[in-house]
Design a binder for this molecule. Structure first.
Ligand code: NAG
Ligand code: NAG
Length: 277
């Protein structure tokens, strides 16, 4: 009997250490918006799905997800969602088309601001970015905590772009109401020049456009078009991540905002010079 107990506890220990090994990182999703959001999670091909793949997050609330060691995928926030019935759920922005609160393997319908991660990639580094390549629906900030190597900078797009969105890219709520999102030029016009496709499918041939520069000027750290890698991808090793929707105005992570805003201004200056020659 004792022996059975002993082997049971050894087994428990083994299972526990297995899980702590597997769940090596955490994502803390924080809703600082004045409205409810419904985060969506899409895991990349060949990585385990996170659980849950979608949920509601009331203003001021947060939820922490545990993430396996080599996870890759994207996280975004759906807005203006309605659950007509348990199998009829849809959102005005970022909808994943699953008909349910959980996205269950479906991605965000553009436009939506995306946080993208490849954890434990080349050289054991996490690669992360905030992307406006599929358009924009709300401000987002990604802050790594406790990283051991790499730059570990905060990144994101702090500005509310819905009001400032160029007319041709605007998305307004059906039946009146305010502007709710801002499309990418690729999605709005489908032009290969904006989509970096066909004859423009390389970093040299696909250049920033007036539209991608609109996003880049407002949010210098975020991806503004497909080949914006140089100024938009960040690295950190063995970190946990805080993902904040609508980060401003804010109190607790002020230090990061200060840093980000300060660097954004400097960065914008140099990137503007770079793009404008
Ligand atoms: C969901 O419910 C709304 C409101 O009742 C309705 O207009 C819509 O067609 C429904 N969608 C589906 C997929 O059933
Ligand atoms: C970045 O530069 C552009 C053009 O010079 C300017 O319009 C914009 O306000 C700047 N953004 C920030 C965050 O300073």
């Amino acid at each position: 009997m004792d022996r059975l107990l002993l082997s049971a506890s050894v087994l428990t220990l083994l299972i526990l250490s297995f899980f702590s090994e597997v769940n090596s990182a955490s994502f803390k999703l924080v809703n600082k918006c004045r409205y409810e959001v419904w985060p969506g999670v899409l895991s990349g091909a060949n990585t385990a799905p996170l659980s849950p793949t979608g949920f509601a997050l009331k203003p001021g609330k947060s939820r922490t997800l545990s993430v396996p060691k080599a996870w890759s995928g994207r996280i975004w926030a759906r807005t203006l969602c309605t659950e007509y019935s348990p199998t009829n759920f849809s959102c005005v922005t970022g909808d994943c088309g699953s008909g349910k609160i959980e996205c269950a393997g479906s991605g965000a319908k553009p436009p939506a601001t995306l946080a993208e991660f490849t954890l434990n990639g080349a050289d054991g580094l996490d690669f992360y970015d905030v992307s406006l390549v599929d358009g924009y629906n709300l401000p987002m900030l990604v802050v790594p905590r406790g990283g051991t190597r790499g730059g570990c900078s905060a990144t994101g797009c702090l500005v509310d772009l819905n009001g400032k969105c160029p007319r041709a890219l605007r998305v307004a709520r059906e039946g009146g109401g305010g502007r709710v999102a801002c499309r990418s030029a690729c999605e709005a016009f489908g032009d290969p020049q904006f989509c970096c496709s066909e004859a423009y499918a390389t970093p040299d041939t696909c250049q920033p456009s007036v539209f991608s520069l609109f996003f880049k000027h407002a949010c210098p750290r975020a991806y503004s078009y497909a080949y914006d890698d140089k100024t938009s991808t960040y690295t950190c090793a063995s970190a946990d991540y805080i993902i904040i929707f609508c980060p401003l105005p804010y109190t607790r992570y002020n230090y990061y905002y200060m840093l980000l805003i300060c660097c954004d201004v400097l960065f914008n200056f140099s990137s503007t010079k770079f793009y404008m020659g």
